[in-house]
Design a binder for this molecule. Structure first.
Ligand SMILES: Cc1cc2nc3c(=O)[nH]c(=O)nc-3n(C[C@H](O)[C@H](O)[C@H](O)COP(=O)(O)O)c2cc1C
Length: 359
């Protein structure tokens, strides 16, 4: 089964979109880490749908800790957290149980689980499961903060609208100036699609700052492998590129190579086309990657599907509650999974102590 991820810092997610709750179990978090639940709550609130740009499903998403915290600190045992599902309406799914939504997981899940899958709201294939990733990532972020490592993500493209960002391949991790005019255009792009009964995709860029050089593993647990593995657990993600990514294919070596220099007694590189990773290990420059997210599959426009019981072609009209753009809500989720990967690799490298406390 594949609901768990990580070796030393391990998260296991559970729940379904319309079941009682969604939750995470974090194992391997050092004891003595101070966890302020408001910090975890802040991460959840960033993921929560809000306004016209998100699904009308409104969940309180209050984090509840079931185990692993004692006097506000991790106690060394599994740290389990849940959020309850309260605003659930399964009526559309009950009526359309045998009509798989194009672009969603309904059809392959029906086949794999022989029709026994929880089809309500996509079951455990739902974007709602990302609340669990965000809670686990919140713990990872606290752990990384103790080593001064910071993970941030932001939306750089929605549909055809690009938000201001640094030049391709020159990604140093510095935030670009915010541009309210561009943000308005993005909003318009989403609302126009939503009013047409349609949806749009987007790109999220994530940066890991202050990661010391030499963290990571070669081969199968390279930083790229770990991050890509975890990022593809986010529903709707279809692409990832590190540093200059696909752009490297059209560069010459002389352009692509990041030349070394010494700044303030520290080895750095002039450019960061490699996205802060060489040989699967951190170079000490910001780790930078971009995630391509598809348009939300559930749209109100009529589409062709099939009736799996009658085995005949059919038309599907989806009028459940859906996000017109997943990418907007995926920003804290991308941060969360990156934090989980980096925390795991840093513990494995001995860069984060396994126990904190008084003794
Ligand atoms: C935060 C978030 C919210 C999502 N909301 C919706 C939604 O409202 N409607 C929908 O059809 N898909 C939504 N998705 C995407 C689907 O869950 C996903 O496309 C589906 O499980 C198929 O998986 P795949 O796209 O990775 O192949 C959401 C994903 C995320 C990350």
């Amino acid at each position: 089964m594949s609901f768990g991820f990580g070796k030393e810092f391990r998260v296991t997610v559970f729940g379904e979109s319309h079941g009682p709750c969604v939750g995470v179990v974090v194992e391997g978090c050092p004891s003595g880490l101070k966890i302020d639940l408001e910090d975890i709550q802040r991460e959840l609130d960033r993921r929560k749908p809000a306004g016209e740009l998100a699904t009308p499903r409104r969940e309180a998403d209050r984090v509840r800790v079931l185990s692993g915290l004692f006097n506000g600190h991790t106690d060394g045992g599994p740290l389990s957290m849940i959020v309850e599902n309260e605003d659930v309406d399964s009526s559309w799914y009950e009526k359309n149980r045998y009509l798989p939504r194009p672009g969603h997981a309904d059809y392959p899940a029906y086949i794999k689980y022989c029709g026994m899958n929880d089809y309500r709201g996509g079951g455990f294939f739902s974007g709602r499961m990302t609340a669990a990733l965000v809670m686990g990532g919140g713990v990872a972020k606290k752990l990384l903060a103790s080593a001064h490592v910071e993970v941030t993500a932001r939306l750089v493209q929605v549909g055809r609208m690009k938000l201001p960002r640094e030049g391709e391949g020159q990604t140093t991790g510095a935030a670009p100036p915010s541009d309210p005019a561009a943000e308005k255009l993005v909003e318009r792009e989403i609302l126009e699609a939503a009013r047409d009964g349609d949806s749009v995709g987007g790109i999220v860029e994530c940066t890991v700052l202050n990661l010391p050089a030499g963290v990571g593993e070669p081969y199968f647990d390279s930083i790229e492998s770990m991050i890509a593995h975890a990022v593809f657990s986010i529903p709707g993600v279809k692409a990832i590129e590190f540093g200059a990514g696909f752009g490297l294919a059209s560069m010459r070596g002389s352009e692509a190579n990041d030349e070394f220099l010494i700044r303030g007694g520290v080895v750095e590189t002039r450019t960061n086309n490699s996205g802060g990773i060489l040989g699967g290990l951190s170079t000490g420059m910001p780790v930078v990657f971009r995630v391509g997210i598809k348009p939300t599959p559930s749209i109100r426009k009529a589409q062709k599907s099939v009736d799996l019981r009658a085995m005949e072609e059919a038309t599907i009209v989806i009028n459940g509650r859906h996000d017109p753009c997943i990418a907007v809500r995926a920003v804290p989720v991308v941060e969360a999974v990156a934090a989980i990967c980096i925390a795991d690799l840093m513990i494995r490298d001995g860069k984060i102590v396994r126990r904190q406390g008084r003794r």
